[in-house]
Design a binder for this molecule. Sequence first.
Ligand code: DLL
Length: 433
Amino acid sequence: MIYNEEFETLPREALEALQFKRLRQVVDRVYHTVGFYRRKFDEAGITPEDIRSLDDLSRLPFTTKQDLRDNYPYGLFAVPMSNVIRVHASSGTTGKPTVVGYTKRDIETWAELMARSFTAAGLTKNDIIHNAYGYGLFTGGLGAHYGAEKLGASVIPMSGGSTKKQILILQDFGPTAICCTPSYALFLAETGQEMGIDMTSLRLRVGILGAEPWSERMRQEIEKKLNIMALDIYGLSEVIGPGVAMECVEGRHGLHVFEDNFVAEIIDSATGEVQPYGKPGELVFTTLTKEAFPLIRYRTSDITRLIPDACRCGRTFVRMERVSGRSDDMLIIRGVNVFPSQIESVLMEIEGLEPHYLLIVEREGSLDTLEIQVELSEQVFSDEIRGLQSLEKRITKDVKDYLGISAKVKLVEPKSLQRFEGKAQRVIDRREL
Ligand code: DLL
């Protein structure tokens, strides 16, 4: 099933013509409305008129997360705030989040992309969708919500957390589809099992899972434990949120990028050189239809490759292979994006700690766990136990309050963590997906 036949099955030639037309428009618009882009283009000696074909896109400069940070919070918006009807945000490399904005039309575009994604997963207005992506600044909850409504399905706005209640609702409300991160899907399955519930006999038949990397092995586990078909959905706040690319039930290999709205490129992370189809590298997006927050050649740091082969489903959009990793050090812990530098900033605000720490990420059952080991200063090391306990509590609380993640804190003796001559290795990620 295809939600928007007209656009999703455009012959490549017509699609590329449409992309070019929209690219010219967006390049023109950002050049004239966003100071940042005008400066960047001027520095590169390029004007909108120089973009004469889709290939000329590669002549434009990249936009990075650092650029977004430098223009925090609204500096890259291309419309006045009075036209912005929603903002979302995700983690940046410091304590400050990355802020994105939407006009009314952007919200409609996004809802359609999510309706297309649900349709690609085989859902219709007859489905009941249990939405366990978090509602709030995170784009998952509201993104999926509006898409489900656009499709005409019934949406259960669960948001994240309260696992036992989620299981009750899964049993009683009879949802046929679930939206959540793949690790949370597994956690729900396992918790249900522990509660003595047969999680394979619920009405659920489809999972629309994403927001973090997962593997084919995890897919099989989830499918077995919940007796569903699990499909991969990809997106990032900067580009729009979930619904940038979606797997279809027919293909189940690679996610169709909604190319009438986004141009995808793969580049060599080190040189910035555009790579041909099939070669792995860093994914870069240019938005073609967004009004409030258009992005030109945004470097996602996600590593994948593009598959141009025709798909049985009839969509002509190129597919991206499941994301295999990142080119930066961002961690995704229980769906929350966090950079080690953010944890460091929180630690360094607290007296009595040394700037030597180690982050250990593991997966217990299906849940990610984070342990923070941090060295005490000589002065507090001699303190009595009580003082140390309250210090541990304070760190746990600050990490939770500022970054939204639960961590186990272990205070260690001064000078006990390994020192490094070159680049410090502060993260041990033992998760096997
Ligand atoms: O995670 C948007 C989203 C919500 C996608 C719900 C899918 C479902 P951010 O919080 O900005 O946005 O995080 C974006 O998450 O750059 C990837 O590194 C990672 N990511 C998202 N989807 C996938 C996926 C949302 N399917 C960052 N597979 C991205 C692997 C994913 N990684």
